[in-house]
Write a protein that binds this ligand. Sequence first.
Ligand SMILES: [Zn+2]
Length: 483
Amino acid sequence: MKRKDFLKTGLTAGAGLTLPIFTSQKPIPVIRKARNIIFFSYDGFTWEDFSSAQHFSHRNFGKSLHLEKLFHRGAAGSMQSHSLTSMVTDSAAATTTWATGRKIVNGSLSIYPDGEELTTILELAKAEGKATGIVSNTTITHATPAGWIAKHLNRRDEENIAEQYAAFKADVMIGGGVEAFDPNLRSDRKDLFKPFKDSGYSVVTDLEDFRTVQPDKLLAALSEDHVPYEIDRRFRAVPAPTHREMAEKGLAILDGAENGFVLHIESGRIDHANHRTDAGASLWEVIAADETLGMLMEYVDKTPETVLIMASDHGTGGASVYGVGERYRSSSEIHDLLNKRTASFPWIMRELGRNPSEAFIKEILTETTGVHVSESNVRILQQAIAGDNRMPDEAAFPRQPIATLGYVLKGGTNDLPTHLNINYGTTQHTAGAVPAAIYGNGVDAKPFGLIDNTDFFYWMTEAMDIDYQNPEMSPEKAASFYE
Ligand SMILES: [Zn+2]
């Protein structure tokens, strides 16, 4: 056979077939049984993001991240995240896999394309008499928390997801997203707060009420859409709960539950910031998550039979922190410029408005990023704002003009940056393996190497002595529904 023919045959033979990527069900490194499981997900978080936050924390706060301690003291490794029909997952498929042990098609929540529903770890825990909860700084009906309760072919149908929450009734639901519950904001005018109030829940939408309420069961929707970015809360006095106080409230309610609990906490906005190539917002989300993590590790240390799992669901943005200068000696100093970022990109764009002058753009960008942009870059930004009527909002993925803001703030060249030595490769999700760890009493503190995101479901069920397998679907069959 000629080489050309061989290549042709080889390619044809391989096209469309599933690669033999392992989907292990590795023995659990958590050896003892667990009454309580806390699953802390970092959405869109890569090892590179970890490194960025680690160095920032050491150089600016003079201390280690709790995440470093977790990786040292717990069992840690990397997790591969491909979904059933794509090497790159979205959050819906990824969270489903944690919650059910099965890979599904991107965009769906705990359901196969033929409508067959999967049973989630929260349903299994509830059936065992355990208390359950979800906490997130996204809308509480957003994909990552939703996949642990709701079944839906379209993750974006958050109004329906709220109805499924009303049917399931987890003991704790804390996040943003009033709009999916409030009759004045829902398209069908249904009052989705009512079924919770009728069942004895405290329903809270006000931050002060949230801080004082001490309920047995809680639905807290603390902002219309997602909870504001940490960088804006911290430096721009935007009213918002901290991530830690949301998690702490959820934990306080579930603590002492008679048969234990399963609590899923998400830091969901690392992903949003990375989608927008917003390195400053992303960094402060990681720092805020780290404060939550420290609190959770302390809780685990003093609470027997409690296991903490930390995992990213996938990478977002592919940001890389690159070497600068002779022997790369300037890398850390240039990375310190993150210190000058004091507002998120959406905050900056709202401040600039629809027709900002050159002077105003320069003033705002200098104040919020420390960057003195060139006149030509100011013009590029003005043109992007003028040419696009869709002003960026919290719900939109990064398009013009917000991606243009990322571009003009980059400045210089990659080898010799005048601004920050962080370069985003994409505004989409990425395929690479991501950080994961397990911590708690009885956890064998060895690295677990490379695991698959299916593994967590089996670790959790084994820890809780639950014997359950969800139905499987082949990638070929799943793909056939979308041909
Ligand atoms: Zn995600």
